[in-house]
Design a protein around this ligand. Structure first.
Ligand code: EPZ
Length: 427
């Protein structure tokens, strides 16, 4: 199992280029299945993240042709011939649930195993299934499998919670439904806007993404096209928090500043300097951050749950007390025990973390439990005195491309090591 070795205590200084957003690329790849023509879809500059590789394996198994041209992906999905997403691939990445929409829409049938939960919670899919039923799908759940079939027709689909994945799944299904679909209380995340823009590029007719009401006029024939997703706002936010926690200065180029506004607002409140220059955002911190009380995660444009672990790691070193409440997922605090190994003083009261800022953290051997918790541990290790080892980094590499290289390019002492297998003792 690979690990990161980090020598902490060095302020970062430099510029980070941010790759395309993982949480846009995944639904966009699923959406490429809607193209029944022989024309190719070109996705520009797609990082080969762990989750992206998993999704490409699924598309290939379903009959898509996937080629790489430099950093671009070329997809041909005219010969889609399988409606069953392989169990092992489904379990590898639960967010493949939004393959239901395109497969059901394109083939009139889809069969998946129940995606199951993960470290940050149960991850139910009731909103996906209820929404697809509103579009006319007949859904059966039996022996751990979900089978959906039927010809879809447009409808009003009110979501009781603005679920990102359910919004995406329903957008994808509605493109093939006869008539118009209106998703109410839709998620407003930038990744939803990215998906709308991509689908319209290949011939769909969708409007309203970014607001809580999205209209999809179904039944259009889709074709090829080329598209580049937004820069990853969570990766960008992680690098800006790395500047704050190491008391350095980091600029993320080619970001979308408005996607980072709620984070930079909190960083300013905590005493960091923030500068925006076109698509570049710079954060610098000369001293310790001040504690922040009352931070709560929530659907966009609220504070993103995907930056909660990373902000918490920074506030562990702040001057004074902080509180962060996790309102999106029900168990997204697995980074707390690992941060405590480094000397952080954090108590958990239900969904609220109470953090008492300390002068310094000490390097330790810690384990990434999930993607963003792992990123938080890297940030803490960069600021800690001495050496840290971060184990199980496969979680981190699901969503961060060239993470150690980018940090090292800004002065961090971090390296990736393949853990040496214990030599079998010669009997
Ligand atoms: C997406 O997950 C992202 N993943 C997550 O990023 C992100 O944290 C999340 O949106 C919130 O922004 C991808 O886009 C691949 P939700 P998703 O449906 O779609 C409950 C990362 O680190 N819910 O908005 O699963 C659910 O349990 C990942 O990159 C239901 O109850 O998020 C959760 O509590 C982590 N029933 C809440 O809604 C449902 O049918 C938000 O989930 C669906 C969701």
């Amino acid at each position: 199992m690979a690990k990161y070795l980090v020598q902490g205590g060095l302020p970062l200084a430099g510029t980070a280029r941010v790759h395309g957003a993982k949480n846009s690329i995944l639904p966009v790849l699923a959406g490429s299945l809607l193209n029944g023509s022989k024309e190719k879809i070109r996705l520009k500059e797609v990082p080969l993240l762990g989750d992206v590789r998993a999704m490409l394996s699924i598309l290939t198994r379903l009959g898509a042709q996937v080629d790489r041209e430099g950093a671009d992906l070329l997809l041909q999905t005219g010969a889609l011939d399988c409606y069953h997403v392989p169990d092992v691939l489904m379990r590898e990445m639960r967010s493949s649930i939004f393959l239901m929409g395109p497969l059901l829409g394109r083939l009139g049938r889809v069969r998946i195993c129940y995606p199951g939960g993960c470290a940050i919670g149960k991850r139910p899919i009731n909103l996906h299934l209820e929404g697809l039923q509103r579009l006319g799908a007949i859904i059966e759940e039996r022996d751990g499998y979900i089978e959906a079939r039927g010809r879809l027709r447009g409808s009003e689909v009110p979501l009781v919670y603005p679920s990102v994945g359910a919004t995406e799944n329903l957008m994808l299904a509605a493109v093939c439904a006869r008539g118009e679909t209106v998703i109410q209380n839709a998620a407003c995340e930038p990744e939803i806007v990215d998906l709308q823009n991509f689908l319209n590029t290949i011939g769909a007719r969708i409007s309203g993404a970014g607001s809580s009401m999205i209209k999809i006029r179904g039944g259009t024939e889709l074709r090829g096209g080329s598209y580049r997703v937004f820069p990853d706002r969570i990766v960008a936010g992680t690098f800006l928090l790395a500047a704050a926690v190491t008391r350095g200065t980091v600029t993320v180029e080619e970001s979308v500043p408005e996607h980072l506004a709620v984070l930079t607002g909190f960083l300013k409140r905590a005493g960091a300097d923030v500068a925006v220059n076109g698509s570049a955002v710079t954060v610098s911190a000369a001293g310790r951050l001040k504690g922040l009380s009352g931070v709560e995660t929530g659907p966009y444009p609220g504070f993103p749950t995907d930056l909660q672990p990373q902000l918490l790691a920074c506030l562990a070193l702040a001057e004074g007390d902080s509180t962060i409440t996790e309102r999106v997922f029900n168990t997204r605090f697995h980074h707390l025990p690992e941060l405590r190994k480094m000397g952080a003083k954090i108590e958990l009261h239900g969904h609220r973390a109470a953090i008492r800022g300390v002068e310094g953290l000490n390097g330790a051997v810690v384990r990434a439990t999930d993607l963003r918790a792992g990123a938080a541990l890297v940030l803490a290790a960069l600021a800690a005195a001495g050496e840290s080892e971060i184990l199980e980094i496969k979680h981190i590499e699901r969503g961060y491309d060239r993470f150690p290289e980018t940090l090292a390019g800004m002065g961090a002492r971090i390296s990736r090591e393949e853990a040496v297998r214990e030599e079998a003792s010669l009997g």
